[in-house]
Ligand binder design. Structure first.
Ligand code: 8DG
Length: 135
């Protein structure tokens, strides 16, 4: 008999590194939520049975009202927080032709920053390895 309790599976979360004119979008999480005030790549939890790409398009419509074109899928990885683990599934994207300008429906603020500036922001800890994957 195995006495070790099974750990809950990591929660799958998609995020978008949206690049425009050489700058990358960061979005600030609202205060009062987990990781409140920290900066992240927009995205969110994948629903059961949903493809990661579909989750990405759905979350970006909900959060920013914009549409994107995925240009690269980065390697997913697991990050452990003290409340549980997430499996972060990052995509590099650009705004789709004809997309509405992104607006923060759920975030406190959006900024477009140079690659070199990304690590100067207080990022959600799981996002630091994503920055390191970007060339
Ligand atoms: N959207 C997004 N979430 C991220 C990133 N990095 C990171 O650690 N996360 C975490 C924050 C949340 O705990 C979870 C995504 O949840 P969510 O954005 O869909 O929803 P939420 O804030 O209501 O989640 P929660 O408070 O219930 O954890 O993944 C990121 O770059 N983008």
């Amino acid at each position: 008999m195995n006495a070790t309790p099974a750990l809950p599976a990591p929660v799958p979360v998609v995020c978008a590194v949206i690049i425009r004119g050489g700058r990358i979008m960061l979005a600030q999480r609202p205060p009062g939520k987990k990781l409140g005030g920290l900066w992240e790549f927009p995205g969110g939890k994948v629903e059961p049975g949903e493809a990661p790409e579909a989750a990405l398009h759905r979350e970006l419509q909900e959060e920013l009202g914009c549409s994107v074109r995925i240009t690269q899928a980065l390697a997913p990885f697991v990050h452990a927080y003290d409340w549980g683990s997430i499996k972060l599934i990052p995509f590099v994207c650009e705004l789709a032709k004809g997309s509405t300008e992104p607006h923060p429906h759920e975030h406190t603020a959006l900024v477009w920053v140079e690659h070199e500036e990304l690590l100067r922001y207080d990022l959600a800890p799981a996002d630091v390895p994503v920055v390191e994957m970007l060339d």
